[in-house]
Design a protein around this ligand. Structure first.
Ligand code: NAD
Ligand code: TYD
Length: 351
């Protein structure tokens, strides 16, 4: 094998798309997917890769220092693409410590393990930390986050991600660890756990259940199709400048209410329902505590320096996403019922 790449959180939403891209595009790389399989990690996302000779799954917790060390010693990765994290803002509000453990402590364990393995011999080595635009805080009705925007995280989730970004930069400056960071806007697409807005709404519309909209639905997010994020990650991993940060966004801003109306229209079409039927399910509920008003990313650096651009228009991306969820009933039912844990033990025993 030319190289070994350790991908953390590869059984999750974005991670599974990154693992698939890397395994298929680089048959000469050994891809090691390290994931503890929380409620959000699901090996069904990677069923198509199980027989690939360049793919290995390791069940381990990044908060477990000894387990992380062992994985690094056994597989000796040349590169790390770190996605494992607790990722849902609402859960961070009810259980912040879980976010500090996985997102901050877990990241530090990985940084230490990479440093211990690579020492001063960092030629061809890279630690790539995947982060979020939420570290920059909340925008008013104008302006964009750039790589120079000061950090101003406001939720336990974004504060834990901001903290991990600072740790990664500290390991770069203090120990010369070769690192790169990217901060991406909201992703959507196949395999997203149905606690996040778009898959939750798809599932509720399908079952004619209320679609909960926080507050007045006026908060704005910049949505990017997950496969376009995976392409950006591949590019930044291979071509990004050591120590640099890259913002990734869809240049695709929607208020939550407009987004849900669009989704209702696509779902009415897909389900042969009368126009306007799904919109009747929209229900305004209590706002999220500390709800950030607007996120919007300036991806100019990534576009100009590395030549990336999103491949899909939002209309196309949302239709693909709806089709995927409607065609993958079993995935959705398994994820919702927790049956994927059974799948794991059938497939892998207690490993
Ligand atoms: P996800 O919740 O779908 O998946 C996270 C994965 O990490 C799961 O497979 C889970 O089992 C694993 N994991 C969690 N804690 C772990 C631990 N302690 N040890 C090992 N594995 C653990 O998340 P996602 O939406 O795919 O996000 C992936 C990364 O991208 C995160 O770092 C997130 O902050 C970042 N990000 C997400 C978005 C988005 O819109 N979803 C946008 C920008 C950045
Ligand atoms: P979410 O998908 O949780 O992503 P994030 O909070 O990381 O941006 O939420 C996207 C937006 O949708 C956010 O403004 C909160 C809002 N939202 C709702 O209005 N209702 C819901 O049930 C959920 C989960 C989110």
């Amino acid at each position: 094998m030319e190289k070994t790449i350790l991908i953390t959180g590869g059984a999750g939403f974005i991670g599974s798309h990154v693992v698939r891209l890397m395994v298929n595009k680089y048959p000469g790389y050994k891809i090691v997917n390290l994931d503890v399989l929380t409620y959000a990690g699901n090996l069904e996302n990677l069923k198509d890769l199980e027989s690939k000779p360049n793919y290995v799954f390791v069940k381990a917790d990044i908060t477990d220092e000894a387990a992380v060390k062992e994985v690094f010693e056994q597989h000796r990765p040349d590169g790390v693409i770190h996605l494992a994290a607790e990722s849902h803002v609402d859960r961070s509000i009810s259980d912040p410590l879980a976010f500090i453990r996985s997102n901050v402590m877990g990241t530090v364990n990985l940084l230490n393990a990479a440093r211990a393995l690579w020492g001063d011999n960092t030629e061809g080595k890279r630690f790539y930390h995947i982060s979020t635009d939420e570290v920059y805080g909340s925008l008013g009705s104008t302006g964009f986050f750039t790589e120079e925007t000061a950090y101003d995280p406001r939720s336990p989730y974004s504060a834990s991600k901001a903290s991990s970004d600072h740790m990664v930069r500290a390991w770069h400056h203090t120990y010369n660890l070769p690192v790169v960071i990217s901060n991406c806007s909201n992703n959507y697409g196949p395999n997203q756990f149905p606690e996040k807005l778009i898959p939750l709404a798809i599932n509720n519309i399908k079952h004619k259940k209320a679609i909960p909209i926080y507050g007045k639905g006026e908060n704005v997010r910049d949505w990017l199709f997950v496969e376009d994020h995976a392409v950006a990650i591949d590019l930044i991993f291979h071509k990004g400048v050591n120590g640099d940060t890259y913002n990734i966004g869809g240049n695709n801003e929607w208020t939550n209410i407009d987004l849900i109306r669009k989704l209702c229209e696509v779902m009415d079409n897909a389900l042969d329902r009368e126009k306007g039927e799904s919109e009747k399910l929209i229900t305004y509920v209590k706002d999220r505590a500390g709800h950030d008003k607007r996120y919007a990313i300036d991806s100019g650096k990534l576009m100009n320096e590395l030549g990336w651009k999103p491949s899909l228009q939002f209309g196309e991306g949302i239709e693909k996403t709806v089709d995927w969820y409607l065609e993958n009933d079993e995935w959705l039912n398994n994820v919702l019922s927790g049956d994927y844990a059974k799948y794991y033990s059938q497939q892998y025993g207690n490993r």
